[in-house]
Design a protein around this ligand. Structure first.
Ligand code: ZN
Length: 299
């Protein structure tokens, strides 16, 4: 197994195989590439661009894909994915970062939800395609990923997919087999502010691992932006869920934090919790326990 971190600031940490920098998270702010870190880019989820160009928002019969639309669980504003300007803006950033950094990770490179996008351009493109609605959406998502792949020359491409192994095609337009032709790795974000019941996360990871045709990583939430240690899961819960999910046969685990300092605190806490490390022996997730052993040298 490999391990990584997913950070909102361009300072890497020690003790992991991959450092990802979220150069453009869904807030839409854009940082500078760090040649020591892999680059993550959220594509169509972009609050800043949605505020600047609200007419580019993705549409549905139940309203636009703004966060204020309570009919959907939208965590950020989602732009229409057939908008040529939005595509080119992101593809250029991807291409630039692929040249300067060790690899690319893309998020939010899909439709907002099952009801999207019904803007006049999407409806016209769908009609012209001769495909049914679901197949047209899936083909649109795959075609965009192909364009991303063409800009990421000779470097690894990580593709994030929301944690729904059952209805991914209906909801987001994921055709996992087709996407596997262009992705080097799939990453499943499993973000939660608490992990008291690892069973569910284990189920989702096992589901994805059973059919994805490229290596599968999961991503756990340590401490994102605008959090305190009191608003996120205790280290013990993250240690437990990581060990439990590791036994599903997944290929890697990534830990999200706003900045390197929070990962170092997490590493210290994990190392110090000898009781949990002892308890987690014999769970079948030894590679995670070996990671905690390795971290002893850092703290
Ligand atoms: Zn559209």
């Amino acid at each position: 197994m490999k391990f990584g971190v997913f950070l909102y600031q361009p300072e890497p940490v020690e003790g992991v195989d991959y450092n990802f920098y979220r150069i453009k998270p869904e807030s839409g702010t854009v940082g500078k590439p760090n040649p020591e870190m892999y680059t993550n880019i959220a594509v169509f989820g972009d609050n800043a661009l949605a505020a600047k160009r609200p007419e580019w928002i993705s549409m549905s019969a139940d309203g636009p894909a703004f966060r204020t639309n309570k009919k959907f669980n939208l965590r950020w504003d989602v732009l229409c994915m057939t908008n040529p300007e939005v595509r080119e803006y992101n593809l250029k950033l991807i291409e630039e970062c692929a040249k300067k950094t060790p690899g690319i990770s893309v998020s939010s490179q899909h439709f907002a939800e099952h009801a999207f996008c019904t803007c006049p351009r999407c409806v016209e493109l769908w009609r012209k395609s001769g495909l049914n609605w679901l197949d047209w959406r899936a083909k649109t998502v795959t075609a965009f990923l192909k364009e991303v792949r063409e800009r990421v020359v000779g470097k690894p491409l990580f593709v994030n997919c929301l944690p729904d192994p059952l209805l991914g095609k209906v909801r987001f337009g994921y055709d996992f087999d087709a996407m596997a032709e262009y992705a080097d790795y799939f990453v499943i974000p499993m973000f939660s502010k608490a992990y008291p019941t690892p069973w569910y996360w284990e189920t989702i990871a096992r589901g994805y691992k059973s059919f994805l045709k490229k290596p599968v990583y999961v991503n756990f939430y340590v401490r994102g932006p605008n959090e305190t240690w009191d608003t996120v899961a205790p280290t013990k819960q993250i240690m437990t869920v990581a060990t439990r999910v590791a036994r599903t046969g997944i290929d890697g685990i990534i830990f999200l934090a706003e900045k390197a300092e929070y990962i170092r605190d997490f590493q210290k806490n994990a190392v110090a919790d000898k009781e949990t490390r002892e308890f987690l022996k014999d769970h079948g997730g030894d590679e995670v326990l070996e990671l905690f052993n390795k971290w002893e040298k850092l703290v």
